[in-house]
Design a binder for this molecule. Structure first.
Ligand code: ATP
Ligand code: MG
Length: 252
């Protein structure tokens, strides 16, 4: 569903690569967690997946389609929630959702039903006629996700979706991600919350200084951590946090 093939990106001539020869495949029905320290290259990768940044080299395929060559078709297959949902402040919530519905070509009848059930789920119904400018961070996050889900995208790309969400909303987000995958969809998301990644993700990848330093299931990561750390004793019981710290140790 998502294929990142040998992708690299620098922000300026001669500057260090923010993403360095990254290769990663994520299949249908899979929740993939993208982890890494601050400045590791997660957002840069995500912006290349959704076509906001162009890769210097390599390619990104969404549902078999090259985002650089057939951007509109590839974008029509995915929903994206950025790390900082800067929505249109002067629109009301419902105007924003209708705008998203128009952009993604969601039919009117299906749209009304979908908007209604998503707003219900995220408890946004009471605020939907208010200007987005008056929304809190968490409300913006939920409105952005509602907009991203309207068209039933095959691939959901979320950059730190749990930041600023209250416990109930965060629970709803996780449920929604699970449901999306049960229906055959794919979720690719970045997070610093390792407990969430541990519980939710089928596989995770760890990026550091632009390079993918580990990927796989939690068991795969345990094996990789043992290989990195020869001592390795007792790693069967290690949490993802301990593995993350071990694998990124000495890289900073
Ligand atoms: N617009 C930009 N101009 C120049 N350098 C940038 C820009 N955006 C990111 N970088 C650099 O690229 C590298 C990767 O940044 P990126 O935002 O992808 O990291 P991240 O993994 O998302 O970090 P965080 O966990 O803090 O969100 C960093 O060294 C950062 O300084
Ligand atoms: Mg980031």
């Amino acid at each position: 569903m998502l294929r990142i093939e040998g992708v690299s990106k620098s922000y300026g001539k001669g500057s260090r690569r923010a993403v360095d020869d990254l290769t990663l495949h994520v299949g249908p029905g899979e929740i993939f967690g993208f982890l890494g320290p601050n400045g590791a290259g997660k957002t840069t990768t995500i912006k290349m997946i959704v076509g906001l940044l162009t890769a210097d080299s390599g390619r990104v395929l969404v549902d078999g389609c090259d985002i650089a060559k057939e951007a509109v078709w590839a974008k029509s297959r995915m929903g994206y929630v950025p790390d900082n949902p800067d929505l249109f402040d002067r629109l009301t919530g419902v105007e924003y959702l209708n705008f998203m519905g128009d952009v993604y070509g969601v039919q009117a009848a299906a749209r009304a039903e979908r908007i209604d059930s998503l707003l219900d789920m995220f408890e946004l119904k009471g605020a939907v006629r208010d200007l987005v400018a008056s929304y809190s961070h968490g409300m913006r996050q939920k409105l952005a996700l509602t907009g991203a889900l309207l068209s039933h995208p095959k691939l959901l790309v979320l950059d730190e979706p749990m930041v600023g969400l209250d416990p109930k909303s965060s629970h709803l987000f996780k449920e929604m991600m699970n449901r999306h995958c049960e229906e055959g969809g794919t979720v690719f998301f970045s997070t610093h919350i390792l407990e969430v990644a541990e519980k939710l993700c089928h596989r995770v990848g760890i990026i550091d200084h632009g390079k993918l330093i580990a990927r796989g299931t939690l068991d795969d990561l345990k094996r990789q951590a043992r290989a990195v750390n020869a001592a390795g004793g007792g790693s069967e019981r290690k949490t993802l946090e301990e593995l993350f710290l071990e694998l990124t140790e000495g890289e900073n």
